[in-house]
Design a protein around this ligand. Structure first.
Ligand code: CA
Length: 228
């Protein structure tokens, strides 16, 4: 049974969510503050976290950043905030998806299923992708270049793995937004550009002197072995 942790301070929404998800076969735990939720997430290792942004002690985005420092658990943000900066900062902090309040349980559950499908796929299949001297262990979520492990954020890893799966072909920013950020409905190219430049730096290269990561102006980006 999948275990879901709900971090939500609203005393009407929290029990409602708990009951609805229990009825649908999930094991559910909950916390009413950011710090309580964080310690529960670390101790009880849930399969998925549903996180509110407006919490009484620390902002949900901060909870997410702290959680991401220690865990890759899938996180769905459930918030009344629907402005672009809130969405972008939550997704940049490592959220896997975002639902805007008010949402239906059916919608939330569909997103839970989608997020779990993606992460279960990653967990059960051990695959190592190789591009030149770059090695990406998809299941272990580790990447190394010339034998030295790269220190990547969860998002940078997702980005690198996605590009490595399509090594040698040009991937558009639109594809990256929809597949890596799950923002089929919008999102900003700038988010992609920023993460690409961070990833580039960690690969020890620059846009001016690319080795693995080449920008194809007006089209997208391609990961390929140098000289390949
Ligand atoms: Ca709240």
């Amino acid at each position: 049974m999948a275990e879901v942790l709900i971090i939500e301070d609203d005393d009407r929404i929290r029990p409602l969510l708990m009951r609805s998800l229990r009825e649908r076969g999930y094991a559910v735990a909950s916390a009413a503050s950011g710090m309580a939720g964080l310690s529960l997430a670390v101790d009880s290792r849930p399969d998925l976290v549903i996180l509110d942004l407006g919490l009484p002690d620390v902002d949900g985005t901060q909870v997410l950043s702290m959680l991401r420092a220690v865990s890759d658990v899938p996180v769905i943000i459930a918030s009344a905030r629907d402005d672009d900066p809130s969405l972008v900062s939550a997704l940049d902090a490592g959220a896997d998806d975002y639902v805007v309040k008010p949402f239906t349980i059916a919608q939330l559950e569909a997103r839970i299923r989608a997020v779990m499908r993606r992460t279960d796929g990653g967990r059960s299949v051990r695959r190592v992708l190789t591009v030149g001297d770059l090695e990406i262990d998809v299941a272990a979520r580790r990447a190394a270049l010339d034998g030295a492990e790269l220190d990547l954020t969860p998002r940078e890893f997702d980005l690198l793995a996605f590009l490595a799966e399509r090594a040698g072909t040009v991937v558009t920013k639109r594809e990256l937004l929809s597949e890596v950020w799950q923002q089929a409905w919008g999102g900003s190219d700038k988010t992609v550009d920023v993460h690409l430049s961070w990833l580039r730096r960690k690969l020890g290269e620059s846009a001016a002197e690319p080795r693995y990561l080449t920008t194809v102006r007006g089209v997208g980006v391609r990961l390929a072995a140098p000289g390949g």
